[in-house]
Design a protein around this ligand. Structure first.
Ligand code: NAP
Length: 499
């Protein structure tokens, strides 16, 4: 592992150079075939693995996360890259849509029109602090943007700049080995917000991917919207991931659920965007028992290290802000001394009415903190859900029959979230095509898209139509003989047949 590494703040000249190179690279990279881009993505995965333990050691030294997490996250990152490669090799993701001509149509002839997805242009990716591999340099945003045919400039997260540099080297080696154009990927370092702002305002940049705080994501969204040419910012931001405890499940299974949730709240020191920060139940003995078991179990767990001093500083500050609000009761707070940067897990409770009146209590406390709201009845529970900001996930813990009985509560929850979970925990985001990781604002800036899974590629493309274009000059995806053998929507039917 390299020691005493010096990271330099990217200059305006370097930002400009990266953007211009990306713009130049776009001309050829956007025309690469699916197979060529797939080879590139697979080569990135191979190069990351080839860095072996040096990369794992760097990751651990910068994050304080254990080896198992580092290796698991590396595996996830490689899995993301290779699943996008497989998507490109199969090819149908471009949504080729063809309406053939009918020149005899009356009163006016119908023209031949063919549509498919094409890449937007150079994309800026803001590396996430809480996923140094899977949502940073070569993470989901980068993999999906490269799959789409968009060059990427990564604004490395300063708290894992060394990991970022190493992964960037792997990407650049892969680009060289697979004949990708210079500028298809750049990595820029900074320890302040200026570099990111300069990138987002650069006229050669056409879209932005971001994972982090609501303040950061919103600031970049506003900046991008005020450009002469506004561009999309796909930001995945805060979420308190409400969990609804239905009465029958509480009665039948309350203790086991409490133990499971003690683990979920503290998983990764609570540093997951899907961390369950809000638990809603109807007042009574069963809810009281759940709170008791949850509080007892959570303090049995050893506190763990947070990612960086700013994150633990934010955790302590946001927790204090919550604790200073009227009507809150602390049920569990790890009391023993803890090592530096280690976070104390905390459980608090509040009455439904108090929660409804005070929106400060609705804000994310990023870390191992959760608030249990004791509602007086299901009407109050539903009203609370209706007053929540947009969330990534919502979880229902109940018996199957309760889903119908509480259908209006479930409907309200569905309206506020991007993914609804039955009898599980929100932490642990499966990477697969059916995953939706996003949700109504402010959990994301555009609830129509996902930041995880194959469909995240749709953030970096736009639909484009060819009208009456000569067959031999059309992209392979739209040619009459369907040389790629992909599934297309031809004259109203899904088919892989030739025309
Ligand atoms: P962050 O502060 O939002 O920063 C993420 C990235 O965006 C960094 O590279 C940062 O640059 C940049 N950035 C932030 N504000 C900016 C602005 N106004 N203009 C331009 N660039 C900006 O997130 P973080 O460092 O990952 O963690 C801080 C807090 O974010 C946490 O305490 C937590 O509350 C929240 N967070 C939430 C999630 C989630 O998924 N919900 C995930 C991670 C973090 P610099 O670092 O160079 O300033």
């Amino acid at each position: 592992m390299k020691t005493n590494q010096v990271f330099t703040e990217a200059t305006s000249e370097e930002i400009n150079q990266a953007a211009q190179l990306a713009s130049e690279a776009f001309k050829t990279f956007s025309k690469k075939s699916g197979l060529e881009k797939a080879t590139f993505l697979r080569a990135i995965a191979d190069e990351i693995l080839a860095m072996g333990d040096d990369l794992i050691t760097m990751y651990q030294s910068e994050t304080g996360l254990p080896e198992g997490r580092a290796k698991g996250e590396r595996g996830r990152t490689m899995g993301q890259l290779t699943s996008f490669a497989a998507m490109l090799e199969e090819g149908s993701w471009v949504e080729a849509t063809i309406d053939t001509a009918d020149l005899d149509r009356k009163p006016i002839p119908k023209q031949d029109i063919r549509k498919m997805m094409v890449p937007l242009g150079p994309v800026v990716v803001f590396g996430a602090s809480n996923f140094p591999f899977a949502y940073s340099t070569a993470g989901g945003d980068t993999a999906s943007a490269l799959a789409a045919g968009c060059p990427v400039i990564c604004k490395s997260h300063p708290m894992h700049a060394g990991t970022g540099e190493m992964v960037a080297e792997a990407i650049i080696r892969a680009a060289q080995k697979t004949n990708m154009p210079n500028g298809v990927f750049s990595n820029l370092n900074s320890s302040g917000i200026e570099v990111g702002i300069e990138l987002v305002t650069h006229p050669d940049i056409k879209a932005v991917g971001f994972t982090g705080s609501i303040q950061g994501g919103r600031a970049l969204y506003d900046i991008a919207g005020q450009r002469e040419e506004p561009i999309p910012v796909f930001a995945e931001m805060g979420s308190i991931n409400p969990v609804v405890l239905l009465p029958q499940a509480l009665q039948n299974n309350g203790e086991a659920l409490a133990k499971t949730y003690a683990g979920s709240i503290t998983l990764g020191t609570g540093q997951f965007c899907t961390n369950p920060g809000l638990i809603l139940g109807i007042k009574g003995a069963n809810l009281s028992n759940f709170i008791k078991v949850l509080s007892t179990e959570i303090v049995k767990l050893e506190p763990s290290c947070m990612l960086h001093p700013t994150i633990i500083g934010n955790y302590e500050r946001n927790k204090q802000t919550a604790l200073q609000q009227d009507g809150l009761t602390v049920k569990a707070d790890f009391n023993d001394s803890v090592a530096v940067n280690h976070a104390r897990q905390t459980i608090v409770t509040v009455e439904g009415e108090t929660f409804l009146e005070n929106t400060t209590l609705h804000q994310e406390v990023f870390g191992p903190f959760s608030m249990v709201v004791e509602c007086k009845n299901s009407e109050e529970l539903e009203s609370i859900i209706n007053h929540l900001e947009g969330q990534l996930t919502g979880t229902v813990l109940g018996e199957k029959e309760e889903l119908e009985k509480y259908s209006s509560v479930i409907d309200a929850l569905q309206n506020r979230v991007g993914r609804i979970i039955f009898n599980g925990v929100p932490t642990g985001v499966e990477v697969c095509p059916s995953m939706l990781h996003g949700g109504p604002y402010p959990s994301s800036t555009d609830s129509r898209f996902t930041a995880v899974g194959l469909h995240s590629v749709k953030r970096w493309v736009r639909p484009f139509s060819f009208q009456s274009w000569p067959n031999e000059l059309l992209p392979a995806e739209l040619k009459n003989n369907n040389p790629l053998g992909i599934t297309r929507f031809v004259n109203g039917l899904n088919t892989s047949n030739k025309i």
